[in-house]
Design a binder for this molecule. Sequence first.
Ligand SMILES: *Cc1c(COP(=O)(O)O)cnc(C)c1O
Length: 370
Amino acid sequence: MTQTAHGVEFSQQFSANPKSAEERAAILANPGFGDHFTDHTAVVDYKVDAEGKGGWHSARVEPYGPISLDPSAAVLHYGQEIFEGLKAYRHADGSVWTFRPERNAARLNQSAHRLALPELPEEYFLGAIRELVQADKDWVPSGDGESLYLRPFMIATEAFLGVRAAREVSFRVIASPAGNYFGGELKPVSIWISREYARAGRGGTGAAKCGGNYAASLIAQQEAEAHGCKQVLFLDHYNDDAVEELGGMNVFFVLKDGSLVTPALTGTILEGVTRSSIIQVAKDMGREVAERKITLAEWRDGVASGEIAEVFACGTAAVITPIGVLKDETEFIGSEDAVAGEVTMAIREQILGIQTGTIEDKHGWLTRLA
Ligand SMILES: *Cc1c(COP(=O)(O)O)cnc(C)c1O
C-alpha cells in the first residue's frame, strides 16, 4: 500500500450550502449510479501565455455547481475532451482508498496526447482526487459493493472557433456515490453485436478515453437496448470480425483448460485498468493469459464445442459482468439460462477483495485518500 504525497497546493472554498446530513443519508441509502454528486469539485486550469509557454494553475477545491463556458469554447464545437473513471472504497476501519490511480493518471495523459490536450503532471491528478475525497469524505459509502465513483475530465475551454488545439483548458474532478451495481446478484447479461457501427477505427481515437468514442457508440447502444440487450459488442468488421470490446468494457474468455484470452491491444481498444489487473490476478492464481486476436467465429465455435467455458466483460464501474448471450438478427451464441462462471466469480472476488481491503494488496495497488 502506498501513500503518495502530492506536493501541490489546492486552495479550498467550501460549499456554503452543502447537502444536509439527512439529504446525504437519503442519497446514500439508494445511490444508484451517476445520479447524485457530492458537495465539491476539484479544478486545475491551464493556459498558454504570450510567449507560448503552457502551465497549470489555480488548483482548487470549490463548491459543486454549473460551470460557466463561453458559447464558442472549443469543447462545445470540436469535442476536445477526455475523461477517466476510478473509485474510492471505504475499508472496514473507516479509511478511504483508491485503486491504481497512477494508471488512470498515465492513461489520462495518453488520451491528452491523442486529443492534442496538455499533459497533466501526476501530482495534480492525485492531488485533485485526494483533496476532493477529503472534502467530501462523508460521501464515501460503506455498504457492500458500494463506492464513491470519481470522474476526472479535461475540456478545451478556450473561446475560439478556429480549428486548432485549444490554449485554455480545464481539468476537473467530480464524485458520485455508486451503489452495488447488481444488487448482490450477478446475472449474466445479453450483448448485441454491432454490425453497422464502429466506435473506433485504425488511427482513430479508440485507445483514448474520450467522449467522442462514447458519442459514436450510443446509436449502437440504442439498437442493443431495443433488442433487449444490456450492451453492444464492437468487432473489426471490415476485416475478420475480430472481437474488440463493448462500448465501455473490455472482454475476457475463460477456456476449458482454465486459461484466459483477451483481445490484444490493437489501437482500437481502450486499455482498461481492470483488464490489466485481471491479467495480473489471473497469473497470480497460476492461470495462463493470452492477449491475442479472437474472432467472432472462434467465439461461436468455442462456445458450441465447449472450448470456451466462460465469457465476461470488465471495467471500473461494474468490475466484472458475466456475458450469457451474444446475438443479433442472424447470430445467437450462448444461453439465456447461463449462470455466472466459477472462474469469473473467483477473479471478481479477488479484485473486489483487494479494492475493499479484505484481500492482501500484494502489488501495492491501493493508495490511501482519507
Ligand atoms: C473506461 C473504458 C474501459 C474500462 O476501463 P477501466 O479502466 O477498466 O475502467 C473499457 N473500454 C472503454 C471504451 C472505456 O472507455
